[in-house]
Design a protein around this ligand. Sequence first.
Ligand code: UGA
Length: 436
Amino acid sequence: MNITMIGTGYVGLIAGLGFANFGNNVMCLDINEETISRLSQGECPIYEPGAEDLLKSNLKANRIQFTCDTKKAIEFGEIIFIAVGTPETDNGEADLGYVYNAARSIGNYIDSYKVVVTKSTVPVGTAKEIRSIIHDTIRNRKEDINFDVASNPEFLREGKAIGDFLNPDRIIIGIDSNLAKEKLNSIYKGFLRSNKPIIITSTNTAEMIKYASNAFLATKITFINEIANLCEKVDANVLEVAAAMGKDGRISPKFLHPGPGYGGSCFPKDTKALAKIGKTFGAPLTIIESVIKANEKQKEIAATKIIEKMPKGSVIALLGLSFKPDTDDIRESSAIYVTQKLLETKKYKLKLYDPQAMEESKKQLSDENIIWCQNAKEAIQGSDSVTIMTEWAEFRNLEADYLRKLMKGNVIFDFRNIFIKDEMIQAGFEYNGLGV
Ligand code: UGA
């Protein structure tokens, strides 16, 4: 099957690579010429484990190509995925400008029956709006070309994107026509063998499933974050609480890891967009509204813990700047928030290190009190305190003795609970975990 992917951001690129790997012929379209040129040469513009290998192997097999030529790309695919960004507007809504532009381009260049599918996270009703934009654009050309619009939200996570795409828990297809259903089923036929469900529903329901899933996960994280804060006050251990709660099949242990607040390009944006949709339709989502507030508070709590404990003049190593491990993405990262809060005090020298996100962080943070470090050792050396912001595997392997030898002081802020509290205290650290 010929597939066109509009947008080579995280979702578009990984989905394009995934569909190519399933044996389809994929053409990815983007307006960014540099991105297209790098991808065409087998160079992946994002850090995502496994992505560059998949890119190289599928380029070699001639199953994937990259272009800035909109007409060519739209004529190419029997199925056209829209996977462009839906950034947050100033009032918290999803900005659908790129999505609607893509729909207009499809209307302008469509030359035969196609199934147009949204992969971007979009508010309920967007597929229907896309249908009318394409319909009107075709009519303006005085043509009569048949097409269907479907919704196929994506659930992959950054850092685990390839595995999540190739082996998802479920596929959601929102669709209204049988022909479109057949076409979409055929590109997922490799997945059918895995015995995982393909759920067919309406476009509105599919769009709602995506928002509800992200909002629920954000709620779960926020719930355990608040329980962690309470555990600290009442001398209970949140790790034991979460593990015991997770044994209940109805709860599950996943997404119950406390931290300095969720970040990334999805949860913060999608919770706000969903809360806004709830308000617009007169069905307020008060839980989600509280989650948004509590998450902001959680980031502040992390920064305040350091500021309250560390005296003026301290040298603080901050390990991890990306919003989660295995990505160079710093969008809405709590680590960036905490760094900025510490810099605002003008009290500290900050030694910053991240295995992949240094380049991105340097674009966002600039201050005379920042010391950019080449590796974790350099950051830890001579510091009064070490703070774990992101749980990269290489930080998990840091031994207490090693830290003691390198550090000048002995204060640890472990906002991801990667160390064992008793071991750290025994090794002479003043250990501050989260809810332990
Ligand atoms: C999230 C969803 O997990 C994906 O299913 C979805 O497809 C994606 O958004 C999207 O809508 O595109 P992602 O943002 O890549 O994926 O990352 P997550 O692994 O969900 O982590 C999000 C944030 O929550 C990170 O800051 C992470 O540190 C935090 N988190 C996650 C916790 O603090 N505790 C947890 O237990 C889990």
